[in-house]
Design a protein around this ligand. Structure first.
Ligand code: PNS
Length: 160
């Protein structure tokens, strides 16, 4: 069984992420969405909240499981016997940092192959940070995130 890890902060997951995930799930037998537990960052949503929301958003994705990890991604890959890392590319400027991470991960673990999936062009300008900023100001974000995220963002910023 070929398992891939799709790691990230997912604070919160967007339609851009989901588009990458859907296509990754066509390439692998199982894709694990790995939410990074990063004590250095102050996320809007807790890891548990993010996992819960991603599970709801991917309920119809049969090959996808959702989990969290701490520490090095390659150690998590070994633990889950994953053969690949999936990362989405929105634009050329993403590539520089992503390629650096791919090389470093391979240096750390020779079996770590990174698979880059270009995002759907209609989401190429989308990011979790922009979505949060829009939501904070009450803008319509329904085109950018699934309903569960839209509701969760509304609840965070406006309490309902
Ligand atoms: O969604 P993000 O924040 O761009 O994801 C970054 C992520 C989680 C892929 C990266 O920070 C990561 O893999 N962190 C785990 C720690 C690690 O393995 N660092 C070395 C990477 S070369």
């Amino acid at each position: 069984m070929k398992i891939a890890v799709y790691p990230g902060s997912f604070d919160p997951i967007t339609n851009g992420h989901l588009d990458v995930l859907q296509r990754a799930a066509e390439l692998f037998d199982q894709v694990i969405v790995g939410v990074l537990q990063n004590p250095d960052k102050k996320p809007l949503f807790s890891v548990d909240e993010r996992i819960h929301m991603i599970r709801e958003a991917t309920v119809n994705y049969p090959r996808v499981v959702v989990d969290s990890f701490m520490g090095l991604l390659v150690d998590y890959m070994k633990l889950r016997e994953a053969v690949a890392i999936v990362r989405g590319l929105r634009e050329i400027s993403d590539f520089e940092n992503e390629l650096r991470m791919a090389h470093m991960n391979r240096q750390l673990y020779v079996h770590a192959v990174t698979v880059f999936i270009p995002t759907n062009t209609s989401y190429s300008y989308l990011s979790s940070s922009l979505v949060k900023e829009l939501a904070m100001h009450g803008a319509d974000i329904s085109h950018f995130v699934p309903e569960v995220i839209e509701q969760a963002l509304h609840a965070k910023f406006f309490g309902v």
